[in-house]
Design a protein around this ligand. Structure first.
Ligand code: MTE
Ligand code: MO
Length: 541
């Protein structure tokens, strides 16, 4: 792992400064006096009394889904193990990279070549290029995590439990500082009242996790959605740009992990048995009940994680279908309704656009390429009233449109490019699909690359709903940045569909087929990546 020196300094120096300040204060003025903390008893308690069942349960459920989220998130990260502050993802500009590889300049190095292995002890599901499965777990988990968090937040604010977390006076800042000085000079102030209220530093950190970190995790996620960001350009501008949003999403995860480690450590060293009774059993004594029950609870979380890995490897189709039943309707409702509209300026075009896929190796494409695609004929067939075969000149004659747009790969990289070509809507008008045509399938000359499934020699294909095919920015592109499309980026013809992830945008298109149901194509999931890598067919985020 490599982190840019300036970025590392920016992250670490504030913390170092605080620690140094604490030691300076201690050395010069001595240890500051702790704020008064008289022992509360059940009779004298006037705030929240103990930990109700809903709080203990949501706390546990939260931890369960957090483990799944972190593990699947790390797996997603390793599919493009580089983080950037700029939206272009130019190799060499990353602020962090989790790969020893420097991108070679003398040969093609696709984004898929760049993906890394991750141990299944850490990643969900582990190993290499399992992003399809990782995303199913990530999205399934996030739905339960957010719902659980919403229940927690509502009950917290509806009962007097909010008083534990929400500071009501600025006095908490100097008080928390006092505790901080004690901790960093390796002292543990007495904690007699955890059943009724927290110490100021503890309260501030819990408040930060619940009311700052969790919302940031939830808000930074969608800044990676092509459907959302190409509809609402202001959204990724909130953090700065799409890659800053992605970096923040990662940093929030780091903060959660650091918090969990510190939190568990404090629970253990400040009265383990009693603390565990608080949050597990809801009692305030020092029996071992909470510890034992807590161990069982952690065992269940480990087992759920192991089961998730097992399902991802042994029942991937089942996981894919469960996600399709639960996640896809929500994704469709939230993200598939608005038409994309974001356009960029010429100056915004990325100097380098990562590539994916394998340039076709079949004789047919090579022969066409040798003659600059003069003999190329796009075949449009299937459920249409007017099947056609179109040369590149025919396509041009039907009208050229241009757009400068942001590309989002499922792996996490992005880039801006200008595209010229024919709007899909125009082609649809020409070929007149029959009313029972529900999807459009794009067949490629090129073979698909599936790193973990061992699929070879199968040509790439993918499909769109007619609705997404009709979007104003869905285009059959034959030009990229004012030049004829080059071989690597899909010559002679490729798809652009700006509210979806890159894998939907078939390159080296040979034919377009209108079908009633994508189940008749390939293994029936909607495309090569859906069939062989278990991606979801709707790719709005
Ligand atoms: N035929 C074919 N088209 C393909 C792919 C592929 O492997 N084969 N990869 C897809 C993926 S995952 C992405 S991100 C984009 C990348 O487009 P680019 O190489 O022009 O950046 O192409 C898509 N189209
Ligand atoms: Mo991609």
């Amino acid at each position: 792992m490599r982190i840019q020196r300036n970025t590392l300094l920016a992250f670490v120096s504030p913390f170092v400064a605080l620690v140094v300040a604490a030691y300076v204060q201690w050395a010069i003025f001595g240890l500051p006096a702790l704020p008064p903390n008289p022992i509360v008893s059940p009779e004298t308690a006037d705030g929240p009394f103990g930990f109700p069942a809903w709080l203990r349960i949501t706390h546990y459920v939260n931890f369960l889904f957090l483990t799944l989220l972190v593990r699947s998130g790390l797996q997603i990260l390793m599919d493009h193990p580089r983080l950037y502050w700029n939206v272009h993802c130019t190799p060499g500009t990353e602020w962090a990279r989790f790969t020893p590889v420097e991108v070679p300049k003398d040969r093609i190095w696709t984004a898929k070549d760049d993906s890394r292995h991750l141990s299944p002890w850490i990643g969900l599901p582990g190993y290499r290029h399992t992003i399809g499965m990782a995303r199913h777990w990530h999205f399934l988990s996030v739905m339960f995590w957010v719902s659980n968090g919403a229940v927690f937040a509502v009950l917290l604010l509806a009962t007097d439990q909010w008083k534990r977390l929400v500071p009501t006076s600025w006095q908490i800042v100097p008080d928390a500082w006092t505790y901080f000085v004690h901790y960093v000079t390796i002292r543990l102030p007495p904690e007699p009242n955890g059943f009724y209220h927290y110490n100021p530093l503890q309260q501030l950190s819990y408040f930060g996790v619940v009311f700052i970190l969790a919302p940031m995790a939830i808000l930074s996620g969608p800044s990676m959605s092509p459907a959302l960001t190409n509809r609402f350009r202001w959204y990724p501008k909130l953090p700065g740009n799409r890659q800053i949003g992605r970096s923040l999403h990662f940093l929030v995860m780091c903060a959660f992990v650091i918090f969990v480690v510190a939190h568990v450590t404090m629970v253990v060293i400040t009265g383990f048995a009693r603390n565990m009774n608080h949050i597990v059993a809801g009692t305030d004594d020092s029996h071992l009940t909470g510890v034992y029950l807590g161990m069982v609870g952690v065992g269940v979380i480990v087992a759920v994680n192991a089961l998730a890995n097992w399902l991802a490897w042994r029942r991937p189709r089942l996981v894919q279908h469960v996600a399709k039943a639960i996640v896809t309707p929500v994704m469709s409702f939230l993200l598939d309704r608005a038409a994309p509209q974001a356009e960029f300026r010429r100056e915004d075009i990325s100097p380098f656009l990562w590539a994916n896929g394998k340039v076709p190796v079949c004789e047919e494409w090579k022969r066409l390429a040798a003659n600059n695609f003069k003999d190329y004929r796009l075949k449009v067939l299937g459920l249409v009233e007017n099947p056609v075969e179109l040369s590149l000149d025919d396509l041009r004659a039907l009208g050229t449109s241009t757009q400068i747009t942001l590309h989002h790969c499922i792996q996490g990289w992005s880039g801006i490019a200008g595209w010229g070509g024919l709007r899909m809507a125009e082609l649809i008008r020409l070929v007149r699909p029959s009313p029972n045509a529900k999807a459009v399938v794009f067949h490629s000359f090129g073979e698909g690359v599936a790193l973990h499934a061992g699929v070879e020699g199968v040509r790439y294909y993918d499909s769109l709903s007619i609705k997404n095919a009709l979007n104003a920015y869905t285009m059959l592109a034959y030009e990229m940045n004012d030049q004829p499309l080059d071989h690597l980026h899909g010559a002679p013809l490729r798809l652009r569909v700006e509210n979806q992830l890159g894998f939907k945008m078939v390159k080296w298109i040979q034919a377009i087929e209108f079908v009633e149901d994508v189940r008749s194509i390939g293994k029936g999931e909607g495309g090569f990546a859906e069939d062989h890598e278990y991606f979801s067919a709707l790719a709005s985020i």
